[in-house]
Ligand binder design. Structure first.
Ligand code: ATP
Ligand code: MG
Ligand code: FE
Length: 335
């Protein structure tokens, strides 16, 4: 089974060829970060224009690198939400065009399902499974009772985790996106500021990161006003410790309430070294739960993960017609 997969939900144009849902024959990722950096975030109008420029080159490169032809393909998979509508539409239109021209089934894929299935490239998935999904726009605990069956157990009530990283990074004068750099700084500092750990002890599976973000920003601004110089590595370490503590605590509580075979760590923030190490440690207390982490290079947006999820969706009989539309606020159901 060969799937041509498309991802264009935000600021990466990506096309991949995936064999049997778990082998990457090619995964072309054209990132637009350079164009958005000077604005400190993704500018939707700029993003969709870049997608239009890039998408056909990405298709050619993906097929060429995989050494396959349109005739070899079994299906076309595409992210149709959530994300920026103008960006999503480019991938959806390209995928529909290929599907129509070559008479291939079209498989619509939820971008967040894609992030979860990036873990498929780290090993086989076993169900039931719990996913800690941490990205630029989402922070969720997702229960999978079986393949391609997703129910939200808890989520952030305000900022997403990656969003908080990027916003505090801005205050430190770091370039967008700041997650990786803060992660690196955190390893050179210590938790000297003890920022709040919102909702950590609350008996639910939800998160909140806006209070932490505000505490961080207030601390930096206050120091600026009185002319005090704070240690930026300690600020980063303190911020990261708060984030990791809350994510770990809630995930562990969730594992106790919903017994599963695997914990899947996925999403852009799953690249965080502090979080990866901490979950390794926490999982030692769970004999029967295996931790499966999305491979580092597949944590951020890419079409390979859409191909992996698309393969499962294809097997589940999920199909889109030529009337498939982008759904910018597409969500999983609640448990
Ligand atoms: P979504 O998937 O929710 O639609 P998105 O696609 O924009 O949002 P991703 O590409 O999954 O988000 O992840 C990007 C986010 O990951 C950014 O906020 C970035 O700062 C963050 N990030 C990347 N690497 C790290 C890291 N090592 N530590 C913390 N955050 C990181
Ligand atoms: Mg991105
Ligand atoms: Fe994403």
């Amino acid at each position: 089974n060969l799937i041509l997969a498309f991802e264009s939900s935000c600021d990466e144009t990506s096309v991949a060829v995936i064999e049997n849902g778990n082998k990457i024959l090619s995964n072309i990722v054209a990132t637009q970060i350079k164009s958005h950096k000077r604005f400190g975030g993704v500018v939707p109008e700029v993003a969709s224009r870049h997608h239009i420029e890039q998408v056909t080159y990405c298709i050619d490169d993906a097929l060429c690198e995989a050494n396959v032809d349109y005739d070899d393909l079994d299906a076309v998979a595409v992210t149709y939400g959530p994300g920026l509508v103008g960006s999503l539409l480019v991938g959806v239109t390209a995928a529909k065009t290929v599907a129509y021209a070559h008479d291939l089934p079209l498989v619509p894929v939820n971008h967040m399902a894609g992030h979860i299935y990036a873990a498929r490239f780290a090993g086989e998935l076993h169900f039931p499974a719990l996913a800690l999904l941490v990205s630029g726009g989402h922070t969720e605990l997702v229960y999978l009772s079986g393949p391609y069956d997703f129910k939200i157990i808890g989520e952030t009530r305000d900022d997403a985790c990656g969003e908080a990283y990027d916003k505090v990074g801005r205050v430190l004068g770091l370039t967008y996106p700041a997650g990786k750099q803060i992660d690196e700084m955190a390893h050179k500092g210590h938790d000297t500021f003890h920022f709040p750990r919102a909702m950590e002890k609350e008996d639910n599976f939800d998160f909140s990161f806006s209070g932490l973000k505000s505490a961080f920003i207030n601390t930096v601004h206050h120091a600026d006003q009185i002319g005090e110089k704070l240690d930026e590595n300690d600020l980063a370490a303190s911020f990261q410790q708060s984030v990791v503590d809350v994510l770990a605590e809630k995930t562990v509580r969730c594992l106790k309430e919903f017994p599963v075979k695997q914990l899947i760590l996925a999403g852009g923030v799953a690249a965080n070294q502090g979080l990866r190490t901490r979950l390794d440690e926490e999982l030692q207390a769970f004999d029967d739960v295996e931790l499966i982490k999305a491979p580092l290079r597949l944590c951020g947006d890419n079409a390979a993960m859409i191909g992996a999820a698309g393969y499962e969706a294809y097997l589940a009989g999920i199909r889109g017609g030529l009337d498939l539309n982008a759904d910018p606020s597409l969500e999983f159901d609640w448990i």
